[in-house]
Each structure stands twice: as structure tokens, then as C-alpha cells.
Design a protein around this ligand. Structure first.
Ligand SMILES: *[C@@H]1O[C@H](CO)[C@@H](O)[C@H](O)[C@H]1NC(C)=O
Ligand SMILES: *[C@@H]1O[C@H](CO)[C@@H](O)[C@H](O)[C@H]1NC(C)=O
Ligand SMILES: *[C@@H]1O[C@H](CO)[C@@H](O)[C@H](O)[C@H]1NC(C)=O
Length: 574
């Protein structure tokens, strides 16, 4: 043990951070032999405010530790010199009054004192109290040093305290040090502190220490090697709690060892330990990602043929740790945590619902959606969208209609994609009356249709030879500036011709061409717009007022208004 301490102290002296705890070290060196020689003698009595009779000069008048602390702080600020060499003189009268409580109060005024005087005071007080502080003082000081990354001083303090207090360093103190070391990437140092707990500090790690060690290994670092180490530490914990298990779950998930994570999850279930919400999120998220990978297909371009084409190749065995069918465990984990009253984040719930839908497991998706609804998660609307789309793709009319109705009942606002899925499905199934009904609801709820909505309805009406409705819809679609696909337009055009509605054909053509022209203008395709206008005029198609306006406008903006004027005037003259 001696050589270990000396090693640490020498190292501390070498790397000193601006004189922080030098006096602690100094004190230690001077007192080292004394300490060892008095090892067998009983410890000195611990000073307490009650038993103290001040022996120095003017005894301080007040006895309450808060006013003593105020006096000491003010002396430190105003009377102690900047290099602190007069501290013993200035604070002399207070020597006998020192108690852990008082020291802690002074330390807590560190903002007023500044770092250097805080540390000086601590060393001074420690020297006089033989570093027999209450744990709360030591914990506070360790936290203070760690936050300022004074890790060598932190180690010195640990050793000093443990030597003076017959090895009594609290588990809390060690867990603070381990956590901070880990946070600063000093994993090896954290580990060696952890391993030395028994030998150097004679302290049995408790769950706080274990959990901080696992936190460092699993959350901060998490390489295969670190996670293996964590597992071996985890197995030493007699009664692992929420945090031990959750840290372990996170670490295992991070390195993709989902099977091991599930094993721990199963054990937690047996011993009745709940995971933390973030651990559940990570575990479920990873299971979903894994499931998506298992089932994903890769697009492969086949080039050595006359016409290259793409084929889909299932993506198998990309990860040796993969568990096939990760979605089953995901559902099981979700159900288990839900029955314990815990729910994953909205983000993860959406991920799970999406993956279930992708796999066609819509029943499970609906089950989870209903739970999300009951627990008022923010993802409910998105969940409905995803599930309804999936149900529509699988042509599950009744279930989709039921969910859609439920959305409306609950005052949720279906998105365009929901309306489109349902309308397209109903149209494909030839259920035009219901499709129209949904379209009307959509209008009433002020959700604007897009070209997909119109295309579905136009084709369905076209098949019924209902030229009037088809024409109205196409007209409305153009009114919103949507350009139909060629076959959609063609369908209506032929239908009108079949029914001798040639004037409507002309109106439709004029509207279409004008919309195309406006679109070219809006996209800044000036040459194409010019050609379009020219060709329209040649074919005797009138330019609408709004088309003329936008045409002039865009050409004016690039200083070519004349070109357009000329074109339009020639047309007028003809
Ligand atoms: C060594 O410790 C004793 C109390 O144990 C103290 O009185 C003495 O001043 C210390 N020596 C130094 C040099 O700090
Ligand atoms: C249309 O679908 C609804 C359910 O959404 C059903 O009740 C109705 O009978 C169907 N109509 C036709 C003509 O298939
Ligand atoms: C709708 O318009 C987008 C471009 O805005 C186009 O990619 C898509 O093919 C159109 N869909 C239909 C059904 O017209």
C-alpha cells in the first residue's frame, strides 16, 4: 500500500494543476511516518464544537457555525494574503472551533472565495483536523476537485482521508470519482480506482459504485471490450437494481448484443426490476432496427445485359449477433414494460408501429396504437397514419374504415396521406360511393386534395363512364394547378368525346395548356414557356388572362418583355 500511495503522490506532484492541493501533499509527506507509527494507537478524538475551549487570542464571539463561516469567509477574502502564507495566523483563533459542519459551510462559499482560497482553506482545516472529516465534507470536496478536472488532487485527497480515517472513504465518494473520471474519458483510472476499493480503501462497493462503474463502461465508452468488462462486474452485483440493469442493457445494445440484452431483460422480469425508460427506448429501438435489417432487401443493378435492370436481393446475415425475428422480442418487451406501467418514447413507439406495419403485423400495430392512444402519447396521430396506410395497402377495408372513423370520433385530424390511402383503396375496390363520401369529409375538414386524390377519383368515375363527375374533378384538379398524367387526361377526354361533349374537350384542353404554360413560367423555364405559348397560339388556343400576366411578368423580370409583347401582338393581329 505504501508504494502505491507514494506513486500516486509523486505522480500528482509531477502533474500538478496550478498549485491546487499542494499543501495536502506537503502535509502528507511530513506526516507519513508519523501516521504509520501511530497506526496501532487509538485514533485522536474527533474535534467537535461542543468540547472545544478556544485557546488562542481573541475567541470569536458567536458560536453558531453559520456566523462562524461568514466570519471565516470574510477573513479569507480580506485578510489572508494572495499566496496564503499568513492563513495560520489569520485563522488561528478558529482552529479549535473547526468542525465538519463549519468546514462544509465555508467550502460552499467557494464562489465568494475563489478556487485557490477554497483549496487553501480546505488544506488548512484538514491539517488541523487531521483530515477526520465527516463524509459529506469529503464528498463535497471530491466533487469540487472532479468538476475542475483536478484528478490528481482528487486522488491525493482520497488517499489522505483514507490514511487518516483508518481507510474510511465512503462509497459515495468513490462513486463520484469513478463517474467523473469516466466522463472525462479516464476509463482506465476509473477502473483501477474501482479495483482498488477493497485493497486500498477497504470499502466494499455498493450499488452506487457498481452503477457508476457500469455507467462509465456502458454509456460513456461501450466498446466490445468495455462491455465484456461491464458484464463481469455486473455479475458480481448481489442485487442489481434498475440502474445496474439499465446501464448493462444500454451497453449491450450499443455493441449490438441484443440476445444478451434480452437475457438480462428476462432476468429483470424474474426478479422484478424495472428498466429505465431510456434503456427501454434503446432496447426497443435496436430490436426494430435489427428487424428492419433482417427483412430489408438490397437493390442490385444488373448491368451485363443489353438493358440494365435492378433486382431485389434479401439482405441476410450481415451481423453475426443478429437474432432472427427481432420483432417478436420487441413486442414481448413492449408488452412487459407496458404491464409494469412504463411506456417507451413516442419516437420509439412510432418506430415499432412502422416496423410492425412493414411486416404486415397490423393487429399488433393496432394493439400498440390503442395503448398509445389510451396513454395520450404525442405520436397518436402519426401512429394512426402509419397503421391506416398499411391496412389500405393490404386492402383491409373494414379495419381501415374503423380506424379512420375512430380518428374522426376522437377529434384527430387525418393527414392528406390518410385520406389518399383510403380513397385510393376504395376506388381500387370499386366502392366509389364510399370513396366519394370520404372525399366529402376531406373537404369538410379543410384538407386540400392533391393529384393523387384526384387521379384515384377520376379513374374510378371514368370506369363507371360517369363523364360529368370525371370532367368536374379534372377541372377542379387543374384549377388547383395540378397537371394530370397523360392517361388520366386521356381517359376524361375520350369519355367526353364518346358522349359528344366536344366543347368541353376544348375547354379542358385550353385549361390544361394554360396551366402547363403557367407552370413553365413559375419554374423559370423561359425558353420552354415561349415555345409553349407560341405553339398554343398557332393551334388557336387562347391564352388565359392569368397565363398572359405571368408570362409578361417573368419575361419582364429578365428584361425580355418585348419578345413576349411581339408574340402576343402577332397573335392578336392574326
Ligand atoms: C503532522 O500531523 C500532526 C497531527 O497529526 C500535526 O500536529 C502536525 O502539525 C503535522 N505536521 C505537519 C508538518 O503538517
Ligand atoms: C363499401 O364499403 C363499405 C365499408 O367501407 C361497405 O359497408 C359497403 O357495403 C361497400 N359498398 C360496396 C358497394 O361495396
Ligand atoms: C403527383 O405530382 C407529383 C409531382 O408533383 C408526381 O411526381 C406524381 O407522379 C403525381 N401523381 C399523380 C397520381 O398524378
Amino acid at each position: 500500500m505504501n508504494s502505491k500511495i507514494l506513486e500516486i503522490m509523486l505522480c500528482a506532484l509531477r502533474n500538478r494543476n496550478g498549485g491546487a492541493c499542494f499543501s495536502i501533499i506537503h502535509h502528507l509527506f511530513n506526516n507519513l511516518s508519523a501516521t504509520f507509527s501511530i497506526r496501532s494507537s487509538p485514533p485522536q478524538s474527533i474535534p467537535s464544537t461542543n468540547s472545544i475551549v478556544p485557546t488562542h487570542k481573541t475567541p470569536p464571539t458567536s458560536s453558531s457555525s453559520s456566523s462562524l463561516a461568514v466570519s471565516i469567509c470574510s477573513l479569507l477574502c480580506n485578510r489572508v494574503s494572495s499566496n496564503s502564507d499568513n492563513i495560520d495566523h489569520v485563522l488561528g483563533p478558529y482552529k479549535g472551533l473547526l468542525s465538519s459542519n463549519l468546514v462544509l459551510r465555508v467550502l460552499m462559499s467557494y464562489k465568494q472565495l475563489g478556487r485557490s482560497k477554497t483549496l487553501t482553506f480546505f488544506s488548512w482545516a484538514g491539517t488541523h483536523m487531521g483530515f477526520r472529516f465527516h463524509h459529506s465534507v469529503v464528498d463535497y470536496m471530491l466533487d469540487f476537485l472532479c468538476r475542475r478536472k483536478l484528478f490528481d488532487d482528487m486522488k491525493c485527497l482520497l488517499i489522505t482521508v483514507s490514511m487518516h480515517n483508518q481507510g474510511s472513504v465512503s462509497c459515495k465518494a468513490l462513486s463520484i470519482c469513478i463517474r467523473f473520471l469516466g466522463r472525462n474519458g479516464r476509463i482506465r483510472e476509473a477502473l483501477s480506482l474501482f479495483e482498488e476499493m477493497g485493497t486500498v480503501f477497504r470499502c466494499e462497493p455498493d450499488n452506487l459504485v457498481y452503477n457508476n462503474m457500469l455507467y462509465v463502461l456502458c454509456k460513456r465508452q461501450s466498446s466490445e471490450e468495455m462491455v465484456d468488462l461491464a458484464l463481469s462486474i455486473f455479475r458480481r452485483i448481489q442485487s442489481p437494481d434498475t440502474y445496474s440493469c439499465s446501464n448493462m442493457l444500454v451497453g449491450l445494445c450499443k455493441v449490438g448484443r441484443l440476445e444478451a440484452a434480452l437475457e438480462i431483460f428476462g432476468r429483470m422480469d424474474e426478479i422484478g426490476v424495472l428498466p429505465s425508460r431510456s434503456a427501454v427506448n434503446i432496447l426497443l429501438g435496436e430490436l426494430c432496427s435489427m428487424s428492419a435489417k433482417e427483412g430489408s432487401v438490397e437493390k442490385v443493378r444488373v448491368k451485363n445485359t443489353r438493358r440494365p435492370y435492378t433486382i431485389l436481393v434479401p439482405n441476410v446475415g450481415c451481423n453475426s449477433n443478429a437474432i432472427s425475428g427481432s420483432i417478436q422480442p420487441a413486442i414481448a418487451v413492449f408488452r412487459a414494460v407496458h404491464s409494469s406501467g412504463l411506456l417507451p418514447s413516442s419516437f420509439v413507439v412510432v418506430k415499432l408501429i412502422s416496423e410492425l406495419c412493414r411486416l404486415g403485423k397490423t393487429e399488433e400495430a393496432v394493439e400498440i396504437l390503442m395503448i398509445a392512444e389510451e396513454r395520450k402519447l404525442t405520436c397518436v396521430e402519426e401512429g394512426y397514419s402509419i397503421v391506416i396506410r398499411a391496412l389500405c395497402e393490404h386492402r383491409r377495408v373494414e379495419e381501415a374504415s374503423k380506424l379512420f372513423g375512430r380518428m374522426l370520433q376522437h377529434g384527430l385530424k387525418p393527414k392528406l396521406v390518410v385520406y389518399n390511402s383510403i380513397i385510393s383503396m376504395l376506388c381500387k375496390l370499386g366502392n366509389l360511393s364510399d370513396a366519394t363520401r370520404v372525399y366529402e369529409i376531406m373537404n369538410k375538414k379543410r384538407c386540400l386534395p392533391d393529384n393523387t386524390t384526384y387521379a384515384a377519383l377520376i379513374h374510378a368515375n371514368g370506369e363507371r363512364k360517369d363523364w360529368k363527375v370525371a370532367y368536374d374533378l379534372l377541372n377542379e384538379m387543374l384549377g388547383f394547378g395540378w397537371i394530370p398524367h397523360f392517361h388520366t387526361y386521356n381517359l376524361v377526354d375520350s369519355l367526353l368525346r364518346e358522349h359528344d361533349q366536344l366543347d368541353l374537350c376544348c375547354k379542358l384542353e385550353r385549361k390544361l395548356e394554360n396551366k402547363k404554360l403557367q407552370k413553365l413560367c413559375k419554374n423559370g423555364q423561359l425558353d420552354a414557356a415561349y415555345e409553349k405559348a407560341k405553339s398554343m397560339l398557332e393551334h388557336g388556343i387562347c391564352l388565359s388572362q392569368s397565363a398572359r400576366d405571368i408570362l409578361k411578368d417573368v419575361f419582364q423580370k429578365c428584361g425580355k418583355l418585348n419578345v413576349v409583347r411581339q408574340l402576343l401582338e402577332t397573335a392578336n393581329r392574326a
